[in-house]
Design a protein around this ligand. Structure first.
Ligand code: DX5
Ligand code: ZN
Length: 219
């Protein structure tokens, strides 16, 4: 597979007081997916929002809600996010003891499933669940906050995942510190979905910011 590189703005960096408007704005500006960062103040040292907010913004955008759960435990909340309108549910390999079971629950809810890996987690954590996922999320910062610096050591993990998933319908997504400078490096390593918070929402106009992250097509 692979195809075009997709851009998924993270609303973590949006103006929360005008969230519906911000979601519509990045949608109209060419976002491919909307990335939703759910944090619980336990698995990660920050708190964001839960399923009620996902439900509230759902009517404002028809694109894929790429829902990144940074919560532990994970399983008790899967159904609530599915019902609220998540299209893909991404769980951290480090946040659930029975990853295979968790992925089966997501499939049973009729949603696409992804697995996120913290920077120190090896790619082998997903090796035996590849049949159950359509995406691996490589954290290129330690999760919890927007605006952090990209960790270059993750490029090797992306390359290894590209080899591991060759011939499968699995996307490799990167999240954290993605800018016009780091985007070409992760794409060259094999990333096919780029999450970007600050690089989009702190750099209006959004259309230009999103375009700046896409790989250049040399005519
Ligand atoms: C970090 C979140 C990211 C965050 C990225 O824990 O998972 O999605 O919003 O923010 P930037 O693009 O600003 O590094
Ligand atoms: Zn994220």
């Amino acid at each position: 597979m692979s195809g075009a590189v997709l851009i998924a703005p993270s609303i973590l960096a949006a103006d929360f007081a005008r969230l519906a408007e911000e979601v519509r704005a990045v949608d109209e500006a060419g976002a491919d997916w909307i990335h939703l960062d759910v944090m619980d103040g336990h698995f990660v040292p920050n708190i964001t929002f839960g399923p009620d907010l996902v439900r509230a913004i759902r009517p404002h955008c028809a694109k894929c809600f790429d829902t990144h759960l940074m919560i532990a435990p994970t399983d008790p909340y899967l159904e609530a996010f599915a019902r609220a309108g998540a299209d893909r549910i991404i769980v951290h390999a480090e946040a659930t003891t029975h990853l295979d079971r968790t992925l089966q629950v997501i499939a049973g809810l009729g949603k696409a499933a992804g697995v996120a890996l913290n920077p120190a987690t090896p790619e082998s954590a997903v090796e035996h669940v590849l049949d159950r996922i359509d995406l691996v999320l490589v954290m290129t910062v330690n999760p919890g906050f927007g605006g952090q610096k990209f960790i270059p050591a993750q490029l090797e993990k992306i390359r290894r995942l590209r080899a591991m998933t060759a011939g499968r319908d699995i996307r490799i997504e990167v999240d954290g510190g993605i800018t016009a400078e780091t985007a070409p490096k992760v794409v060259a390593a094999g990333a096919t979905v780029l999450v970007a918070g600050s690089a989009v929402f702190a750099n209006p106009p959004y259309g230009r910011a999103i375009a700046a992250l896409r790989p250049r097509v040399i005519a």
